[in-house]
Design a protein around this ligand. Structure first.
Ligand code: CP
Length: 336
């Protein structure tokens, strides 16, 4: 059955753990300069309705390292939803590439692509969620696990707005059994509708979800403190209201980090607004693991591409390759 990577909760705990094991294997291979060319000859279509540094670079480099090829497809340069329906774009591009990554303004666009595509769709961020980011984040957390703690003992404290990344972190924590706390003004906490989506996952995994307006108390028990932008493109008119709600109480600064356990780590999906939701001293300080997190996007994308593409990729024998080459060469010799 064709599966897509659109939502973390579509995957079991075991599947997510296996994806992270694959990430570790591919990271180790890469560090030895020996990334296996598992996707030789394969193509990735990358649709970006919004700008991106990490997602674009990581997917394109991942595909190259695996022996494949990536195409950067921007609206205005392809007919996505403008002169051609999303369904037709999905059907047509599927006939030419092996997998599609899509960053779209509306989550519905990714759902529509997944409905009509005949190759896997990987969600590269929508207004609802960012599953590739949070798989990478939990992998990064395992690399920086506090001494003696296993995944299910982690406590992730997200300080800030209920962004798509925050919601996705809640999803993956719920699935994997990681305790999750969001500290934010009540108005900016994860909606009841999104909280309801993790009820079953929490019951299964034992994950605890907390929502509070007290960041200082929340980070006192944190293994990982995470934040994200307080506003995004299109929310500029809300900047005064959002600034007033978050600043200074919810800024991740040295004073707030001083309240964490000594081995707690600081995370940010980036891009960051330095001096707004987080200060330079935290971003560049000893507790920060933001650059490991960014690098791990590359290793996670490699794992996701292999996971979704390798099983269906045809791997012809040398004999079959030679046969087809011979047929074409005979034709060319006869013709020319
Ligand atoms: N974190 C993240 O998705 O970064 P980009 O917007 O640069 O891709």
């Amino acid at each position: 059955m064709l599966r897509h990577f659109v939502q973390i909760l579509d995957f079991s705990k075991e599947e997510l753990l296996r994806m992270m094991e694959l990430t570790a294997l591919l990271k180790r291979a890469d560090k030895d300069g020996a990334c296996p060319r598992l996707l030789s000859g394969a193509s990735l279509g990358m649709i970006f309705e919004e700008p991106s540094t990490r997602t674009r670079v990581s997917f394109e480099v991942a595909m190259t390292k695996l022996g494949g090829h990536a195409l950067y497809l921007r609206p205005g340069e392809i007919h996505l939803g403008a002169r051609e329906s999303i369904a037709d774009t999905a059907r047509v591009v599927s006939r030419m590439v092996d997998v599609i990554e899509a960053r779209t303004l509306k989550h519905q666009t990714v759902l529509d692509l997944a409905k009509y595509a005949t190759v896997p769709i990987i969600n590269g961020l929508t207004d609802f969620n960012h599953p590739t980011q949070v798989l990478c984040d939990v992998f990064t957390m395992t690399e920086h696990a506090p001494k003696g703690k296993k995944l299910e003992d982690f406590h992730l404290v997200f300080v800030g707005d209920a962004t798509n990344v925050c919601v996705s972190l809640m999803f993956i924590c719920a699935r994997l059994g990681i305790s999750f706390t969001q500290a934010a003004p009540a108005k900016y906490q994860v909606s009841e509708a999104h909280r309801a989506m993790v009820k079953d996952a929490c019951a299964q995994s034992g994950a605890k979800m907390n929502f509070t307006e007290d960041p200082a108390a929340a980070v006192a028990g944190a293994d990982f403190v995470y934040t994200d932008l307080w506003w995004w493109v299109g929310q500029e008119s809300e900047i005064p209201e959002r600034s007033a709600a978050f600043m200074p109480k919810f800024q991740v600064n040295a004073a707030l980090m001083a309240k964490t356990p000594a081995d707690a780590r600081f995370m940010h999906c980036l891009p960051a607004s330095r001096g707004v939701e987080v200060t330079d001293e935290v971003m560049d300080g000893p507790q920060s693991i933001i650059l490991d997190q960014s690098e791990n996007r590359l290793h996670t994308e490699k794992a996701l591409l292999v996971w979704f593409v390798y099983p269906s990729l045809k791997r012809p024998s040398e004999a079959l390759l030679a046969r087809h080459r011979g047929l074409v060469e005979d034709f060319l010799t006869d013709f020319f």
